[in-house]
Design a protein around this ligand. Structure first.
Ligand SMILES: NC(=O)C1=CN([C@@H]2O[C@H](COP(=O)(O)OP(=O)(O)OC[C@H]3O[C@@H](n4cnc5c(N)ncnc54)[C@H](OP(=O)(O)O)[C@@H]3O)[C@@H](O)[C@H]2O)C=CC1
Ligand SMILES: CC(=O)N[C@@H](CCC(=O)OP(=O)(O)O)C(=O)O
Length: 350
């Protein structure tokens, strides 16, 4: 029996951190050696998250108290902006460490784009340059040898997976992509916020970050690269009263000679061997409840009335394929484990 991969989870008292614990506690090759928190430091994990009662887990400590001696890989599930200096310190202490970062800090390769979208200069530019964009299905080879992987955002993962193969194949117009991406509330994290109270979000729906959401920058980067020219997608996120899930409704304009059927064929071919991406039969509409709790993404392609347009729908669980499941998939890839290990949970339905 080979030794397990020893992992630490920074931000374990948050939603994506606890989702990492859920996935890794049953992972056959990983062992959870350290968990950190900020306000909840000092507490037992099962006191913060009673669903973990009965598991033998390390107590929550502060990042300053973290002992890296026995740790091979760190998951960083901290708020964006705070993460870059934390990761810089980790590598200064232990350069051979591997890090999978769930925040936005290392996703953008262009420092100017980062400063524009996040409002401050990046604090660890040398690391930003080496980070691999962690969307496994579309960037597998670059991730495999990486020491630092930047997990993409949940909204951007949902849209990049269907749109990038269509752009790479020249089947759609990069200048005419319109995305409405609905999200569940756990996407906003666990820290209490007034606008996230049940009484403020239930029984209604609203858009937010309209025309300026941070994930637009990830779409610009990945769509532009795939198309070979700038893409200015319209991206509108909206909050709906459910716990988990992202549901992106994407209207695309077809390139000359393309058809909706051809788009479907391109996605089916691209993802034929992928364990976590399911392209539904042509015309079938995905539902977020069919992926909830799993690392799966379901894609649908539907013809529109206008012959030059098509509708692509993509859905995933923001805490699994949109965050912690994708992070474990990245861990598997950079550790040489089978990619699906620890990630075979089926969706919870109904
Ligand atoms: N939620 C989602 O669906 C997704 C989230 N992400 C990203 O993942 C990261 C984590 O998100 P999420 O789990 O939702 O966030 P939460 O707010 O639920 O958790 C944040 C965690 O970070 C800790 N923390 C907060 N501030 C500090 C600090 N200054 N120093 C050290 N630790 C701190 C918190 O500790 P404590 O609670 O003890 O104070 C908590 O453990 C974010 O960057 C987020 O944008 C990415 C994709 C999807
Ligand atoms: C409901 C809600 O607020 N969702 C978050 C998405 C969280 C996420 O994936 O964003 P980062 O990882 O880029 O921080 C948002 O829209 O900002």
């Amino acid at each position: 029996m080979t030794a397990p991969l020893n992992v630490a989870i920074l931000g374990a008292s948050g939603y994506t951190g606890s989702e990492l614990v859920r996935l890794l506690a049953r992972h056959p090759r990983a062992a959870i050696r350290a968990l950190t928190a900020d306000r909840k430091a000092g507490q037992a994990m099962a006191d913060v998250f009673p669903q973990f009662a009965g598991l033998d887990l390390p107590r929550l400590v502060t990042i300053a108290e973290l002992d890296l001696a026995g740790v091979d890989l760190v998951f960083c599930a901290l708020p964006h902006g705070t993460t870059q200096t934390v990761i810089k310190d980790l590598f200064a202490k232990k350069p051979e460490l591997k890090v999978v970062d769930l925040s936005a800090d290392f996703r953008l390769t262009d420092p100017e784009a980062y400063a524009t979208w996040y409002g401050h200069a990046h604090q660890a530019l040398e690391l930003q340059a080496e980070a691999a964009f962690g969307l496994v299905e579309l960037n597998r080879e670059a991730i495999r040898g990486a020491r630092l992987v930047a997990n993409p955002g949940c909204h951007s993962t949902t849209s990049i997976l269907p749109v990038v193969p269509l752009l790479r194949a020249g089947l759609i117009d990069p200048a005419n992509i319109v995305i409405v991406s609905s999200t569940g509330m756990s996407g906003a994290g666990r820290a209490a916020k007034e606008e996230m109270l049940f009484s403020e979000v239930s029984e209604g729906v609203h858009a937010y970050g309209v025309g300026k959401h941070r994930h637009t920058s990830e779409l610009d980067q990945e769509f532009g690269k795939a198309a070979g020219r700038p893409s200015l997608a319209t991206f509108t996120p909206q909050l709906i009263p459910m716990n988990r899930g992202i549901y992106a409704n994407i209207t695309v304009t077809l390139a000359a000679g393309a058809t909706a059927e051809r788009l479907h064929e391109a996605l089916a071919t691209t993802y034929a061997g992928e364990p976590f991406v399911q392209v539904l039969p042509f015309g079938k509409v995905p539902q977020s409840r069919h992926v909830r709790g799993s690392n799966n993404v379901q894609l649908g392609v539907i013809a529109d009335r206008g012959p030059d347009r098509a509708i692509v729908i993509s859905t995933l669980d923001n805490l699994v394929k949109g965050a912690s499941g994708q992070a474990v998939q990245n861990m598997n890839l950079i550790s040489g484990f089978p990619e699906t290990e620890g990630l075979n949970q089926l969706a919870i339905f109904p």
